[in-house]
Design a protein around this ligand. Structure first.
Ligand SMILES: [Zn+2]
Length: 345
């Protein structure tokens, strides 16, 4: 192996398990869609829009962070817009070397703007399927909504399973909105044999990760708090999570932006890997965090000290944990194996 610094992050076959479609618009697309809808954005030029979103995300204010989504959701509230955004997001991931993608959205968020959750789901699926990237859609319920509403979201996910919905998730504010309040939705998703992932241990304490696992989640969105426990306190959450076989979808820049991690250098991902947990790396919201999969991996390599071997292992862990069908996972793993062989790993 040459001793020069690794730079070709695009060539590494990558997996993205955690990307919100309404956080993944190209700035120019947001401008186009807002214009079509007569929606006034704070800026009308792509670099300025991108910077405004990133500045909000990095402001330390959740209110300002969420302001970005108020624009993207409203701008996306037509079938054509949903299809375009999903297609472009999958293509953007593919062009930076992603070989397996899972993208998520809470389709009920479009309803106040006149687009039904059913029509939105169909359009998002059409967009993803137009891309050459092997991908699937995860339907989110929002934790701040009533249990009846998240149950509807889970039923919607089950109804579109045959068309490309692969999983169900609870997104939205974690603190004060425990996943257990949405047990009907969770049980409906599980009964339909959908993959279940739950945001947990991002804004709240690590024991919520264990609670999510006990509710039936196979994967955890973020979960970084699982390694934040007082010394000597037993049992250790990370031990339980490892024994449960939970997989963690970690999004480093997003965690810094929401305050779940102080910096990339101090991000708990190294401790999570060190605790033997199954971990992958995703983007969460590439528009708001002004990031890419390649950018996340490069930052973990250069700032958090994760080796190329560790980062390659994380791709394999994510491919194994994907909710996509076994042949798709096997195809992605084969491409990763070829790359590892060519790079002496
Ligand atoms: Zn998320």
């Amino acid at each position: 192996m040459p001793k020069t610094a690794f730079t070709d992050w695009t060539a590494l076959p990558k997996v993205c398990l955690h990307e919100h479609i309404d956080g993944g618009l190209r700035p120019q697309t947001l401008i186009d869609l807002a214009r079509q809808r007569g929606l006034k954005l704070p800026h009308d030029e792509p670099v300025a829009v991108g910077r405004w979103m990133a500045d909000n995300a990095n402001s330390g204010s959740l209110v300002r962070y969420l302001e970005g989504f108020a624009y993207t959701v409203q701008a996306m509230a037509t079938e054509a817009a949903c299809e375009r955004v999903a297609f472009e997001l999958a293509e953007d991931a593919r062009e930076e070397g992603c070989v397996l993608g899972e993208f998520r959205m809470a389709p009920q968020l479009f309803e106040p703007f006149g687009l039904s959750a059913e029509a939105a789901t169909e359009a998002l699926l059409r967009g993803l399927q137009r891309s050459a990237l092997p991908s699937g859609l995860i339907v989110c319920g929002m934790r701040q909504m009533a249990p009846d509403a998240t149950l509807q979201a889970a039923r919607l996910a089950a109804r579109y399973q045959k068309d490309g919905v692969i999983g169900f998730d609870l997104a939205g504010p974690e603190r004060g909105f425990p996943a257990a309040q949405h047990r009907s939705a969770i049980d409906t998703a599980l009964a339909a044999d959908l993959g279940l992932t739950l945001h947990a241990g991002e804004a709240d304490e690590g024991h919520h990760v264990i609670a999510a696992g006990r509710l039936g989640a196979r994967r955890i969105g973020h979960g970084v708090a699982v390694v934040r426990q007082a010394a000597g306190e037993a049992p250790r959450w990370s031990d339980i999570a490892r024994e449960m076989g939970l997989h963690f979808e970690v999004c480093p820049s997003s965690n810094v932006h929401t305050g779940a991690a102080a910096s990339i250098a101090e991000h708990p991902i190294a401790a999570m890997v060190g605790a033997g947990l199954s971990v992958s790396c995703s983007t969460d919201n590439r528009l708001m965090s002004a990031t890419t999969l390649c950018g996340e991996l490069q930052a973990l390599h250069e700032q958090a000290g994760l080796s190329l071997q560790t980062l390659a292992d994380m791709q394999a862990a994510g491919m194994h944990a994907s909710f996509l069908p076994a042949p798709v996972r096997a195809g992605a793993l084969a491409r990763l194996q070829d790359w590892k062989a060519a790079n002496g790993l």
